[in-house]
Design a protein around this ligand. Sequence first.
Ligand code: NAP
Length: 258
Amino acid sequence: MQGERGRGIALCIITGASRGFGRTVAKELSLRVKPGSAFVLVARSESELQTLRAELAESDAGRAGLEVRYVATDLGLTEGLEKVTKAVQEAASELIEHVLLVNNAGKSPVFTEMAEVNSYLSFNVSSVLCLTARILQAFPQRPGLRRTIVNISSLCALKPFPSWVLYCAGKAARDMIFKVLAEEQPDLRVLSYAPGPLDTDMQLEARSKSGDATLRKSFNEMFTRGQLVSCEESCNKLTKLLMEDSYTSGAHIDFYDI
Ligand code: NAP
């Protein structure tokens, strides 16, 4: 990324890039990376990834040589992780000076069965841990290489919300995974960023389907009072954090903290 501390050719891997916050992160980062950089975009919806790739190809960054690949796959499956690892290896080159993984894909669950709980945790926790491990294995520490891992977190990692048990538990587990990683590998830059209440499909689901009536009401009030945050506004704060690069590695930083 280009910035005070971030000059260099980047390889950016962004999960959940087909819509919502991940899509905005991909577009915003494309404005910041140096020519010769490469993106690997991941989600299940192929047509939306194709559209984003076309948009990026036609942008100034695309014309300046940004290489964009996408992987349409389910990250809750081992096969999905393998496809992403392969695409990342294909996009890698010796010129890469900064590897940036944004673990953004996520969902809010409705569940009754153990299989649904397992499937939720597989996608929201296990795949994030395994994808991060695979990327770090593919790009071991070497002089001149910066490695940054972003965990898109939530206030739910810190605060219990009735009826959101799996979402809260998953986000809390992810925050701890990345705190441990920051302790284990001091050369890495690790950030858990809680993006605020975003005006996305996930919010729509939260205000229409949350099991707890009080919580549904409060999400609906936030929406009608215009209190939701745009993906662009939140992403600006995330990119500022990444460019300044002065956060404590492993920290949980919320949109409202900055
Ligand atoms: P969103 O609009 O629902 O987008 C979720 C993204 O994840 C989509 O690109 C989706 O693409 C992808 N995805 C879902 N299941 C997947 C799977 N099994 N495999 C691969 N990709 C998958 O959500 P968002 O609001 O942008 O949320 C982005 C992140 O911010 C999440 O981690 C969320 O927990 C966090 N967050 C959101 C809010 C909020 O208010 N919205 C607040 C705090 C934190 P496909 O459907 O194409 O697979």
